[in-house]
Ligand binder design. Sequence first.
Ligand code: SF4
Length: 459
Amino acid sequence: MTAALRQISLEEWDRRRHRLREEGLVEPIYGGPLGRHVADGDTRLLKLRFDDSPAALRLWNFLLTEEDRLRAARESGKKLVGAMKDLGTVPVMAYSLDNLVAFYPDGAWWIPCVMELNTGLLQIADSLGIDESFCPVRAMLGAFVTEAHFPLPDLLTCSVGATCDDFSAIAQRLNGLGHPILWWEIPHRRQSEPGEQAVTLPGGFETPRSQVEFVKSELLRVGVALGELAGRPLDDESLARGIAKANRVRDLLDRLRHLAFTAPLCPMPALEMLIAEMLAIHFCSDRDETILVLAELLAEVERRVAAGVGHLSTDAARIFWVNPVADLQVMNLLEESGGRICGTEYLFAHALDPIPTTLGPMEALAQMALADPMVGSSFDRAARIVADIRRFGAEAVIVSRIPGASHCALEGEIIGRIVREECGLPVLEIEVPSITDAAKATLCTRLEALVETVKDRRE
Ligand code: SF4
């Protein structure tokens, strides 16, 4: 069985949008032709292939207008919180106060890709002593220096402790440049010792109760700072409402991922699914709009699955992907090579799990923060990956290494060994820099070889 849908270029999208508008498409305020973002410098879009649904158009426009949204929020009197590193905890707290907007300065990670190295952010990081031995998140330093990609936040938070060396060093350098940071600590998640009370965290990891209590005390400190910034305290009632909204986002994503990864035909390409997942960690600076964007995407996917249409063919190799790609184009390359995404672990699996509502809100958030796959051992992370491989029925795993990332030196080997032992699946490790053009042919050959291996194993 083959698919009826195909991915389209940026140019085709602009023609298609024009037709859709004539047929009555109504867009949100940030809508418009995707091609206009190239004029803002987002030149990588010219090399990508996109899903052709209005839901995908809205998703892309939402993503690419975040900076405008942040500036508009500031102009309307809202305060901006730059939440660094924790991926999914502080933003839930900040959005519980309606005059705060949180975003991840870490998102500058993708600027060298989307703007094809034209911004000079990495050179600025170089000049500040943070060279290519660090991961692409070093682009964040350049973004703070130029102030050309996001407004400087009114409050900057950063989790420390069980944080990668890259981020610790870069955040300390940022602090040294005169940006005050509210540091909060998250300890390395460990097993309970005999006699210690253990807590099973959302997602299934275990940790001693004392670690949960410690993180809770740290988050209470962050909550006080957020309350001072907002001009009113962050109480449990507001936090519970914020958690309910975050859970709405997570529920939509859970249904979207389940359908996208398990339907016989791929109903939504890997690139759009990657962006959709990213919305979970900070809501792209507008939580309510995130819910609408995801709901529309889910409705489109449900329609396609019900109609039996999709991208690729039913025999596409079912791939589980580990780590986000620094170059978005690689998601397209996987599909061009005959693979489709059936499961992901993009470093923030904990931000996709529902936040418990039967616990006190701060206790629930402390547990979520400790459930982060990156604050425990690579063995824990591998166990979660194995569970999700089984859930989605993947046939092979790709671990995409992030250049310079300290955790990538060895984790691929550990994850690969455990996946082979537990699931008997082939594992491919590749490195994906911010721009892969020079390595495109090699990458495609390796992806095609994996796809062939998967198909051979079916016989
Ligand atoms: S090294 Fe990995 S976890 Fe650390 S900032 Fe870079 S991508 Fe994120």
